[in-house]
Each structure stands twice: as structure tokens, then as C-alpha cells.
Design a protein around this ligand. Structure first.
Ligand SMILES: NC(=O)c1ccc[n+]([C@@H]2O[C@H](COP(=O)([O-])OP(=O)(O)OC[C@H]3O[C@@H](n4cnc5c(N)ncnc54)[C@H](O)[C@@H]3O)[C@@H](O)[C@H]2O)c1
Length: 332
């Protein structure tokens, strides 16, 4: 499928049977940024053309500088293709580096986690951490995203659940066939589900490529509470967002929203797909809540709280952060 983000930026998304098959289809002028945990893939790649990155730990400007030096030493140009192989941390890092090297070199992403396949690799946001998470970045969609589902076989249960949580979020926001798959407990690792999730994200992103019109905000469902939980408990992104989705449904009821998709039903749906969370802990423990103040979508004291009215229909409530904290006291 082809995703068009702007006149100059189109991403072709495809599935490949194997990584070795994909590599053999590449031309000569390529180099690779690879997640260190996938080091063994190097035997398939040309000597000296691989830069390793230790995921989130090295997703920073120091390593961007090292990677740029390496690209210069290799005598690469704008037409050289940088191929990133790894989870979202690796694809964010490589995409940022590719976007600034000689004002943009060719870029292909091979996401190796489910979350990166349906989320990080799609939509053109690149980022590295500087002082705080994802503070430095660009918009630079890859020319190609190649998904090799074999990579998902080695993911931990938590990582799979994290990706599935993201798919369920997109499904319920968009409705349609993907939502049906979620309700019927169909396989969310199938090509069909992954493709529909990507199209779901694309639908939202293409209406607001540079995230200036607040149209991407619906993708933030579960993020206000989810990010706070992720930061405080060091939980994986998708699982924390899944907990945040359920909590925001409960919160929306407390905040007086008229139509709210029932939190309990959502919790059951998530569980059906193996996305399990200790919600009771987040309802009773309070320390994570101070991180809500770090919400990216906060404007002065007002937070844009996304929730789900019903399948395919998200809603937004604008609320003062102190009021949100006070409402949370009522969660049981
Ligand atoms: N650009 C965007 O739009 C966007 C959207 C969402 C998240 N993100 C970013 O994505 C990152 C999270 O993505 P992630 O969950 O993929 O994290 P990640 O890249 O940190 O990968 C998670 C873990 O999985 C390991 N891993 C990767 N592939 C594997 C495989 N095939 N088998 C076994 N282990 C494997 C990694 O080494 C790492 O330990 C964050 O940095 C976040 O900021 C970006």
C-alpha cells in the first residue's frame, strides 16, 4: 500500500517473507542502523556498513553525531539508502539521522516490534531524547516500510501486548473491519490486522501531517494517564497506554461526559487479546499522578483529555489539570 503524506513524501508499505530475502533485493549503495539486540543479522549484511544502536539508551544526540561521522567516513551521499532495523527507538533514531544528513538521505524502515510496525514507523515523526524524551525531532516519512512478521516471533509477551494495545486503540478510534477483528478476538498479528492498523493511523496523520491542526490528538487516547504510568512504573508504552485508555473512560464518566464506551467492556476486550494490566494499583496508588502535569497536549493548565464515546467515535474534554487530579480521587 502507498501512504501519501505530502507532495514530496510517500511511504510504500509492504510485507516481506524474510529479512534475508529483503536484503538480497537491495542495491549496493546502502548502509544499516540496527538494534544491538539483533546483532546476529549482521552476517547477512556487507562488512563495515552496519551501525549498532542500543535502543532507547542510545537514542540521543551524541549517538546521532557518531552515526553522522560514520556516514561521512563511508563516503555516503544523499542517494545512499539508510536502512533501519529495530524497534521504535531504533527507527526514530535512524529516521532523525537520515533527515538531517545532507538535508535528507534515502530511508527505509524495517520495524522489528509490533508497536513500531503499526505506530513508530508510520507517520513520519522522528525523534531523539535530549534533556527529556523525544524533545528533538523532524517530520521525515521513510520512502519504504518493510514488515517481516518473522521478527515478532522473538518478542516477549509484554512487547506483543504493547503492540496489540496500540492496534486495539486504533481499531476502536476508527471502527470498521479492524474493530470487528478486535471484538471477535481475531488474530491481531495477521497481515490484515497490521495493514488496517497502519491505514487507521495514516487516516488520522494524513489530515494533519505536521501535527499543527490538533487532528492527531485522537491518537492521544490513553496517553495523558498512560505516559504518567509509563514514566512512574517504567512500564512498556503500549501497556501503559492501554491502562490509560481504561482509566480515561472511567474518568470521562466522572467528568460528566454523556456518552462513554464502558470502561469494563474495554478492559475485557484488552484482556481477550492478552493485554493485562494491574488497574486496581493505578486506581489506588497516587504517586504516578504528578507526572500527568508533563502531558504534551497540555496548554497552560488545560489538558485535552481524549476518550471514546463509542466504537469509531472519540471525544475530547478540555479540563484543568487540577480538576483532573481531583476527579481521579473518585476512581475506585
Ligand atoms: N515516531 C513515532 O511516531 C513513534 C510513535 C510511538 C512510539 N515511538 C517511539 O518508539 C519507541 C518504542 O518502540 P518499541 O516498543 O518498539 O521500543 P524499542 O525500540 O525500545 O524496542 C523494545 C525492546 O525490544 C527489543 N527488540 C526489538 N526487536 C525485537 C525482536 N524482533 N525480538 C526481540 N526483541 C526485540 C529491543 O532491543 C528493545 O529491548 C520509543 O522510543 C517511542 O518514543 C515513536
Amino acid at each position: 500500500m502507498e501512504l501519501t503524506f505530502s507532495v514530496t513524501h510517500t511511504t510504500k508499505v509492504s510485507f516481506a517473507e524474510s529479512f534475508s530475502g529483503f536484503v538480497s533485493s537491495l542495491g549496493q549503495d546502502c548502509c544499516f542502523v540496527i538494534d544491538r539486540s539483533l546483532e546476529s543479522l549482521a552476517e547477512l549484511l556487507p562488512d563495515g556498513r552496519v551501525f549498532y544502536i542500543d535502543g532507547e539508551k542510545e537514542k540521543d544526540l551524541n549517538h546521532v553525531e557518531s552515526c553522522l561521522e560514520w556516514l561521512i567516513d563511508l563516503n555516503t551521499g544523499r542517494k545512499t539508502m539508510l536502512v533501519a532495523v529495530g524497534g521504535g527507538a531504533t527507527t526514530d533514531f535512524a529516521a532523525f539521522t537520515a533527515s538531517v544528513y545532507k538535508r535528507g538521505m534515502r530511508l527505509v524502515l524495517v520495524p522489528t516490534t509490533l508497536l513500531s510496525a503499526v505506530d513508530s514507523a508510520i507517520g513520519g515523526k522522528t525523534a531523539v531524547n535530549f534533556v527529556a524524551k523525544n524533545t528533538v525531532g523532524t517530520f521525515y516519512p521513510a520512502e519504504e516500510v518493510v514488515i517481516v512478521r518473522d521478527f515478532f516471533k522473538t518478542l516477549s509477551e509484554q512487547q506483543i501486548a504493547s503492540g496489540k494495545a496500540e492496534i486495539i486503540k486504533l481499531a476502536l478510534i476508527k471502527g470498521g473491519r479492524l474493530a470487528e477483528m478486535v471484538f471477535n478476538a481475531e488474530d491481531l498479528l495477521s497481515e490484515e490486522a497490521i495493514e488496517l492498523a497502519i491505514l487507521g493511523k495514516y487516516d488520522v496523520v494524513s489530515a494533519d501531517f505536521t501535527d499543527t491542526l490538533e487532528k492527531r490528538i485522537v491518537l492521544n487516547w490513553g496517553h495523558t494517564f498512560g505516559h504518567a504510568i509509563e514514566l512512574y512504573y517504567a512500564l512498556s508504552h503500549g501497556l501503559a497506554v492501554a491502562a490509560g485508555m481504561v482509566l480515561s473512560q472511567e474518568w470521562a464518566e466522572i467528568a460528566g461526559a454523556k456518552e462513554v464506551f464502558p470502561a469494563k467492556e474495554l478492559e475485557k476486550l484488552l484482556q481477550k487479546h492478552g493485554v493485562k494490566n494491574d488497574l486496581q494499583k493505578y486506581k489506588t496508588e497516587e504517586k504516578w499522578r504528578k507526572f500527568i502535569m508533563l502531558d504534551k497536549k497540555r496548554n497552560l493548565d488545560t489538558i485535552s483529555m481524549v476518550y471514546l464515546k463509542k466504537t469509531g467515535v472519540p471525544g475530547i474534554i478540555y479540563r484543568n489539570s487540577n480538576d483532573i487530579l481531583r476527579d481521579l480521587e473518585e476512581l475506585r
